[in-house]
Design a binder for this molecule. Sequence first.
Ligand SMILES: C[S@@+](CC[C@H](N)C(=O)[O-])C[C@H]1O[C@@H](n2cnc3c(N)ncnc32)[C@H](O)[C@@H]1O
Length: 224
Amino acid sequence: MSDYRIIAPFYDWILYPFMRGIRRDVLEIVQDLKPGRIIDVCCGTGDQLRLLKRNNIEAIGIDLSDAMLKVAGKGKGPVRCLMQDATAMALRDQAFDLAMVSFALHETEWEKALSIFQEIHRILKPSGNLLIVDYALTAATSSAARTAVHVIEYVAGQRHFNNFLRYKRKGGLERLIDPRCFVPVEDRFHGQHSIVVRLLRKRTESQKSEPQRTEDRYDNNAPL
Ligand SMILES: C[S@@+](CC[C@H](N)C(=O)[O-])C[C@H]1O[C@@H](n2cnc3c(N)ncnc32)[C@H](O)[C@@H]1O
């Protein structure tokens, strides 16, 4: 994945002012949950992992970008990250108590985002938790924030922008999350209601059935 080669060394510096509050919210939720094994799926530079580590919480990350992983492995607080594809993780079933995925779903092809959900469901223990951070543009989002999000995604490149537009058109997280697989626990909003930190719990009763793909659950041609 070459998308992050240029931006990776500056990624945390550029995003710090926007991400600080979100990272702290994630830390707070993790501290409350006190999970055993934690994984940050699509961990990027490992910024969230580093904050957890500074607070004595051990976790691992996986990402596909060598440039982002290089940053994660450097600096004052290197964190443990593996190069793996989130759509096909080489990790045991039901191995984790908590999976986190932040700002990766909106920029991924819709089919891949669905596969990431299936994989997260597979590697989570029964009643394990999923913590998602991503765009949630709704009527409550201010128009300034909505415009800013579109500008950021446009600047991120054509592929990112197209995937973001598809994510938005398809209904974003509301469509990606299969309610038969995950139960919502808590939402915290940031960026004038443009970003959600969403905590979910894996449904125990759905253990035996595979998560159903969104395309099977919804009429793909229905207007959104
Ligand atoms: C916008 S960055 C977010 C990074 C980090 N989660 C954060 O909050 O700063 C998205 C990350 O998702 C990673 N990614 C996208 N698709 C992936 C996949 N299929 N498997 C693993 N990582 C992936 C990218 O390499 C990138 O590092």
